[in-house]
Design a protein around this ligand. Structure first.
Ligand code: XUL
Ligand code: MN
Length: 344
């Protein structure tokens, strides 16, 4: 097994002032340039963006291009790169009932135009990856939209993006619910099925978020295994989630260390990262956190990943194989628990 290095990323939204649906901000807003500097200082290599993290969605293209160049320069000053750009298709009034799967053709046109612009922005900032989190591509009630048509519309939309930029890579980030009651593409399997229906399946892959898999009642490392088997795991959003609640975006490993261990294990066994993939953390600071320690969740997630990596790499592969062959899964269970407790 290779012992390659990992490159870590996070988005500017992962450093935030703590407002939630029930209360106002509790920390100072931090200027973008300060976030970038600090991410570098705490061992991060790249930044993930929404299109409007770079420049307002309404800005004309000349302004947008200039601003994206400035942001790229800022990244370069700190030795950072942009990992991907994601069109934020869930805040505009035109996407209230979905962007790609809206019943209204004008709304679908808006979503497509904005996504094409996102591809252009991605190129200026130095990446060919865009991430699609289909936030409102679902329903609150079954009769509101046509579930079969939704798949056709998503396929057409992706085809149009593939045409727009022949070099782009499209990464779907699936989540089963929130803000919608039911999403049309709740898991990575749904999206990969759709990827094969597009005109260039080799350029359509996935980003897997731990919390989203858990919300679907699935194990994140198994979801990663599925995408890896298709050669389509091009991004991750590692975090943690305490059961079926709102999307908590807890620090990686905070709830279930063994579940985190298995994510690191499958990534490392498959040499994730050797093809330019990065380890993204989509984590949120607890609202109780004070200003001076508002990067702790990012520092901790990285630290936990690297510590678990040591544990993963210390697993005795021969012993594991023997226990598998003997089908002594009780002994295997305890071996892993002892590893996690630092006994073995
Ligand atoms: C939503 C989510 C998003 C995406 C990027 O749950 O995870 O932040 O990661 O659009
Ligand atoms: Mn995410």
């Amino acid at each position: 097994m290779s012992h390659h290095e990992y490159r870590f990323t996070a988005g500017p939204w992962n450093i935030h002032s703590g407002a939630d649906p029930f209360g106002p901000p509790v920390r100072q807003e931090i200027p973008f340039a300060d976030k970038i500097k600090r991410l570098h200082e705490i061992g991060y290599h790249g930044v993930q963006f929404h299109d409007d993290d770079i420049v307002e969605a309404e800005a004309d293209w000349t302004t947008a291009e200039r601003t994206a160049r400035e942001v790229k320069k800022l990244l370069e000053e700190h030795g950072l790169v942009a990992e991907f750009v994601a069109p934020r298709l869930w805040e505009d009034p035109r996407t209230i009932d979905g962007a790609v799967t809206s019943n209204d053709p004008d709304c679908r046109r808006y979503a497509l135009d904005r996504s094409k612009r996102c591809l252009d922005l991605a190129r200026v900032i130095g990446t060919n990856k865009i991430v699609l989190w289909p936030a409102r591509e679902g329903t609150y009630l079954r009769e509101a939209k046509d579930a079969k048509l939704a798949v056709e519309r998503m396929t057409e939309y992706i085809n149009a993006l593939l045409d727009h930029d022949p070099e782009c890579l499209i990464l779907g980030e699936m989540k089963p619910n929130e803000p919608m009651d039911q999403a049309y593409f709740p898991t990575v399997g749904h999206f990969i099925g759709l990827a094969y229906r597009t005109k260039d399946p080799d350029r359509v892959g996935a980003l897997i978020e731990s919390a989203h898999a858990i919300l679907a009642g699935l194990d994140p490392s198994d979801e990663m295994g599925y995408a890896l088997a298709h050669g389509k795991l091009w991004g991750v959003h590692l975090n943690d989630q305490n059961g079926l609640k709102f999307d908590e975006d807890k620090s990686f490993g905070s709830v279930d260390l063994r579940r985190a261990f298995n994510q690191v294990r499958i990534l490392d066994e498959n040499e994730y990262g050797t093809n330019g993939e990065m380890v993204g953390f989509d984590v949120k600071a607890l609202r109780t956190q004070k200003d001076e320690v508002c990067y702790r969740h990012l520092e901790n997630s990285r630290r936990t990943f690297l510590r678990l990596l040591e544990v993963v790499r210390s697993v005795d592969a021969g012993r594991l194989e023997r226990l598998r062959a003997e089908r002594d899964y009780e002994a295997l269970d305890q071996y892993i628990l002892d590893k996690l407790m630092g006994i073995e």
